[in-house]
Design a protein around this ligand. Structure first.
Ligand code: SF4
Length: 336
């Protein structure tokens, strides 16, 4: 039986000249390549990786805010990639995004009531009065005073604005939220409040989350499974506790070892943090894209790209020489 949401062979490429930063550069940016994953109703999948790994692009491609170059996004058996825009509308209601900086995604001239009701207005759902009622209900559910409907986003703190952004994302009664760094930039106590709110909402509403963050602690708190992205490809997907205790991909291990707050299984091999910068997605290395930074790389890694394959139990790994579960097992010889 297929999962509630199935993403298969999803790739996003674009010309380097599109969009500002690389305007003078020629070539194709491989933002995402051959992404496969599934998500069940009510489940959270965490996405981690360095800046530029493709986490945000993946969230946007699932919601069709970025057009996939190849691959499928199938929700309850409906292939969204094959639908014309007008047929996508009912699915857009069901999938919403919460952005890293809510202030950037809010019109500062709109009142908070208008901000929350905006997705309903754009989707032509309900009367103006019904939208106001819904906005007030959501504001109260977020723990904010509904009499603040006439105030403006700039009159709220960062944590309050993030709660307003979550209220706006919930206005259309979605099933799936893509949460793109929702706690980034908040102080520790506000991060905890937002994470608790998200967990409570998931329990109440049966929401599924794709939770993108560079904060492994936040991801581990909400996600049952974690997927690790490197240069636009998934390199490891595993249940959260197993991934943290016994990472199998050298990149995952080095990411975890760069986070001293994360005490993981001391019997599992440890690796130094990733050295240098990731290669350019304009010109990804042949073979395994991690090989220029990998302390375990062998000649085959320079030539053959490893596929994401079953490793043990529910874990999948893309590596020719995945790490053993214990440090006692010998590493590959002759590493470069
Ligand atoms: Fe390192 Fe080779 Fe595995 Fe890539 S395939 S992560 S280079 S050991």
């Amino acid at each position: 039986m297929s999962a509630w949401l199935e993403v298969s062979k999803l790739s996003v490429r674009f010309d380097a000249g599109e969009g500002g930063l690389l305007r003078k550069t020629q070539g194709t940016v491989h933002a995402l390549s051959d992404i496969d994953f599934s998500l069940d109703k009510g489940e959270t999948l965490g996405l981690i990786g360095e800046s530029g790994s493709g986490k945000s692009t993946l969230g946007r491609a699932v919601l069709h805010l970025v057009r996939p170059s190849e691959g499928k996004v199938v929700l309850e058996g409906n292939d969204l990639t094959a639908l014309p825009e007008n047929a996508m509308r009912p699915f857009r209601r069901r999938m919403q995004m919460v952005f890293q900086d809510p202030f950037d995604s809010m019109n500062p001239r709109m009142t908070v009531g208008e901000v929350i009701g905006e997705p309903l207005r754009l989707q032509r759902i309900g009367s103006a009065e019904q939208r106001r009622t819904r906005s007030a209900e959501l504001l109260a559910r977020m723990g904010l005073d509904p009499t603040g409907m006439q105030r403006y986003p700039g009159q709220y703190s960062g944590g309050q604005r993030q709660r307003i952004a979550i209220a706006r994302a919930l206005a259309t009664n979605p099933d799936l939220l893509v949460l793109d760094e929702p706690t980034s930039g908040l102080d520790v106590s506000m991060q905890a409040r937002i994470l608790n709110l998200l967990r409570d909402l998931q329990g109440e509403l049966g929401l599924s989350y794709l939770f993108i963050s560079h904060d492994l602690g936040a991801v581990a708190y909400l996600a049952k499974r974690i997927a690790v992205l490197y240069l636009g490809r998934m390199v490891e997907v595993a249940p959260t506790a197993e991934l943290i205790a016994k990472p199998a991909h050298p990149y995952t291990a080095s990411l975890l070892d760069a986070l001293p707050a994360f005490s993981r299984n001391t019997a599992s091999p440890h690796l130094p943090p990733p050295q240098g910068e990731p290669p350019s997605p304009l010109n990804p290395p042949a073979g395994c894209a991690f090989h220029p930074r990998c302390p375990r790389a062998q000649p085959i890694c320079h030539e053959q790209r490893p596929s994401l394959a079953a490793n043990d139990g529910a874990r999948t790994v893309a590596c020719h020489f995945p790490l053993p579960a214990t440090a006692g097992d010998a590493p590959p010889r002759g590493g470069t």
